[in-house]
Write a protein that binds this ligand. Structure first.
Ligand code: NAP
Ligand code: MG
Length: 489
């Protein structure tokens, strides 16, 4: 063992180790030049459009509709008609058939969706292929199973659908967030108008093709694309429910907008999760968990482990191992099967990351980035770690939503807990220790919707997900995820 340690100190990570390019074929995706709005089972010609691009190359991909308030009203009306004229009266077992069909078609077309998701969003193909798309299909399978069992899920409560659900999703997991929203809504008997994020509309638009293949009745799912104005129009419209995933600021604005109206609301907002490493943890495994926690999807993850708390006695070891591991991350073409870290989703997001990283330097933290060559075109940011971070620094307080980790230290479990909970957010946390009783002690006291133990960023459709405090309210996933789409008689 000592030999291995010595070698790693003397020889830096093999940064110059060349891999042959291994690009996934792109031609499986057939893009149209221009997309309309998917309303009442038809494509409506858009009155206004914008261009969606690939963030890795800045290459234009397609013209996308910018839905106006009137067009949103039309979509909500189509959803209302579909709700009243059939969908709400269908037996649960019939609704389940459609959801099972959608799940199977997503599996059949998995490669196409994975390539499109990486092309439009910048995430590595191995993530869209192995995480986003399979989990999206799993979500439809899972909720298909509940559609005819609502009476058992909520015994003696007489569950009924709400009506039309307006759903607004972010750009970090476009297809997966669509699945998290649409699957439980349809299983519960609602119809839907969904707005994808401005920068990543393409997988939702391809999904309309899946809906047609599945012969889902017209108007049960409607997709309206556009920027924040389209989202605001959807919140204003005659919906019975708003489900929102996105930033805390917009979530607060929506809550204000809905005050006094009988519209059910769930908010899945930002996070600044603590990933806590105790000195008895399996450190090599923990380092993998740290890397997965913050560099997965370029750190564009609401539950990213962006604040690392390490017990003082092992801090030097953990930082040394982490830096070595960071040197092996391959940053580049999202469609290359060897890529670990892809492109930043947009110029706007890149500027936000740059600004916060600059504040970290100015406030006095020490920055480390492994040597890596970033492509000239497109939006890129190297995996970054900050040490010597104080709790008061912006990089320890604010959500960066990029591949940037802030490292803090602690001495006792009580101190770790107090520091971990010292945040306005409360979405997720990680605990690394060999000691089961300590895991339970921490999990009970961490104010976070999800606590992972000796792992990080693990998802399952059966497991509820959601936040405390400024991370929002309501749960998605599991039986809990049905409740926000039901009323009880
Ligand atoms: P965002 O600006 O809040 O956008 C989220 C969605 O809301 C987008 O579709 C956006 O459209 C739309 N929107 C913008 N302004 C709106 C308004 N006034 N009314 C209604 N809708 C509006 O967030 P983002 O920058 O796309 O995503 C990053 C944030 O989402 C992070 O804070 C992250 O933590 C959070 N997030 C949370 C979860 C979770 O499950 N808790 C999951 C993923 C992301 P545009 O695309 O046109 O801006
Ligand atoms: Mg936005």
């Amino acid at each position: 063992m000592t030999d291995v340690e010595k070698r790693e100190a003397a020889v830096p990570a093999p940064a110059g180790w060349d891999y042959a390019p291994a690009p996934e074929a792109r031609d499986i995706v057939q893009l149209r030049e221009r997309y309309g709005l998917f309303v009442g089972g038809q494509w409506l010609e858009p009155t206004d459009t914008y261009t969606t691009i690939s963030p890795a190359t800045e290459e234009p991909l397609a013209e996308i509709a910018q839905a106006s308030a009137d067009e949103v009203t039309e979509a909500v009306a189509a959803a209302r008609v579909a709700f009243e004229d059939g969908w709400s009266g269908l037996p649960g077992s019939e609704r389940a058939k459609y959801l099972f069909r959608i799940a199977r078609i997503l599996q059949e077309r998995a490669r196409e969706f994975a390539v499109l998701e990486s092309l439009n969003g910048g995430k590595p193909i191995k993530e869209s292929r192995d995480v986003d798309v399979p989990l999206a299909a799993a979500h439809f399978f899972y909720y298909a199973g509940w559609a005819d069992k609502l009476e058992y899920a909520f015994p003696n409560r007489n569950p009924r659908p709400l009506g039309v659900a307006g759903q607004i999703i972010p750009w970090n997991f476009p297809l997966l967030m669509l699945a998290w929203k649409i699957a439980p809504a349809l299983a519960a008997g609602n119809t839907v108008v969904l707005k994808p994020a401005e920068t990543t509309p393409l997988s939702a638009l391809l999904f309309c093709d899946v809906l047609r293949q599945a012969e889902l009745p017209a108007g049960v799912v409607n997709i309206v694309t556009g920027d924040g104005r389209t989202g605001a129009a959807l919140v204003e419209s005659e919906v019975d429910k708003i489900a929102f995933t996105g930033s805390t600021d917009v979530g607060k604005a929506i809550q204000r907008q809905l005050a006094g109206r009988p519209v059910k609301l769930t908010l899945e907002l930002g996070g600044k999760a603590a990933n806590v490493i105790f000195d008895d943890a399996a450190l090599d495994q923990a380092v993998e968990g740290i890397v997965n926690g913050i560099y997965f999807n370029q750190g564009h993850v609401c539950c990213a482990g962006s604040r690392l708390f390490v017990q003082e006695s092992v801090t030097d070891d953990v930082i040394r191992k982490l830096k070595r591991r960071m040197g092996t991350l391959r940053v580049g073409d999202p469609l290359d099967k060897n890529t670990d870290v892809g492109a930043i989703n947009s110029r706007q997001q890149l500027e936000k990351i740059q600004e916060l990283v600059e504040s970290g330097r100015e406030e006095g933290a020490e920055i480390y980035q492994p040597p890596c060559r970033l492509p000239e075109k497109g939006y890129w940011f190297a995996p970054t770690v900050f040490t010597e971070v104080a709790q008061s620094y912006r990089i320890a307080q604010e959500e960066i939503f990029g591949p940037v980790l802030s490292v803090l230290t602690f001495r006792t479990p009580e101190e770790a807990l107090e520091k971990a909970n010292n945040t306005p957010y409360g979405l997720s946390a990680g605990v690394w220790t060999e000691k089961g009783s300590r895991i339970l002690w921490m999990a009970e006291r961490l104010r976070a919707g999800v606590v992972w133990a000796n792992t990080y960023n693990r998802f399952d459709p059966a497991s509820p997900f959601g936040g405390y405090k400024e991370s929002g309210f309501g749960r998605e996933g599991g039986r809990h995820g049905l409740e926000p789409y039901l009323r009880f008689e």
